[in-house]
Design a protein around this ligand. Sequence first.
Ligand code: PMP
Length: 400
Amino acid sequence: AFQHLQQAPDDPILGVTIAYNKDQSPLKLNLGVGAYRTEEGKPYVLKVVREAEQRLIRDGSRNKEYLSITGIPAFNKLSAKLILGEDSPAIHEKRVCTAQCLSGTGSLRVGAEFLAKHYPQKVIYIPTPTWGNHPKVFTLGGLQVKSYRYYDPKTRGLDYEGLLDDLRAAPSDAVVLLHACAHNPTGVDPTREQWEGIRQIIRSKNMLPFFDSAYQGFASGSLDEDAHAVRLFAADGGECLIAQSYAKNMGLYGERVGALSIVCASESVATRVDSQLKLVIRPMYSNPPIHGAAIVATVLGDRGLYQEWTVELKAMADRIIRMRHLLYEALRARGTPGNWEHIIKQIGMFTFTGLTKEQVNFMTKEYHVYMTSDGRISMAGLSSRTVPHLANAIHAAVTK
Ligand code: PMP
């Protein structure tokens, strides 16, 4: 029945790891996938996660029954509070409905299908560039995908005017996807003033903001600071959607734990939205898995564990920032042509190096350095031991 099928290409991001795994060189370096590694280059399970798991095991009252369609209620409440803030008026007014979903991707997909079914303007604007999975998630979720300008390769910064122009020209009521912080892949975020400008356009045109929050706590090291943009939009009393992922900030990548929150106009709307979200989720995967969300609920719900989490999170964010400085200094020490200040200016897990596809291919072939072809490197995959090798590779690619 499937003889006609052609071999599909590997995923552009996950395919980097497949190629890396095949490489036999001891020098090989995987800077493709956005996953945190320790100084020793090892995956990291947070201590608070281990502790929460121990508590869950010791709790003999737990079972393996199905969760409800929207998951663990305590997890949902705590997740909304984490992104919207302790004293969020929207939460107090019970205008927020939250569903535990399958990490960030699943939350985006459920949000897309909900909008395709119930929101009249079925077009979503996404930044150029953006995370490679966004266009696919939204298209398959039933939305028409269009783009707005975001990154200016000339300044290696935000194309603020282009962004505003494109939003001004977009149809009113359109959905606008915004990276809550640590924009992937560019590492370029709007300033606070720029966020306010973006908010004004979006609200004045009655557009619907959809925040993708995959790196809360990873950009600045502060959970509150990284929630600034979302809270700015929620503070004006308007509506928005938020997809949260615990993959990076709690290191729960493979547990697939995240949440979709919809901030509604009133409590009664939120109640109806919640009922309709269930109709979207039930035929998709019925209900979400228990383990990851139980870990998150344990950490967020315990003052001591929460405090420890913020310390571990800050340590991860700081290590990434240290790698930025080491790489920058290493390139300067080699006299590598070009201005590399963006390495220390960009925010979050990634550096958008500006290296061309050909330079990336050269670095992979000659130096066994693996990264996405758009020149994005995951700073979290670097260590002080591997920075010199990367700097040599970049230097060779640039001066070739
Ligand atoms: N959005 C962005 C911008 C991301 O970078 C990622 C992870 N790479 C995700 C969403 C979702 O990741 P996950 O489904 O693993 O939570």
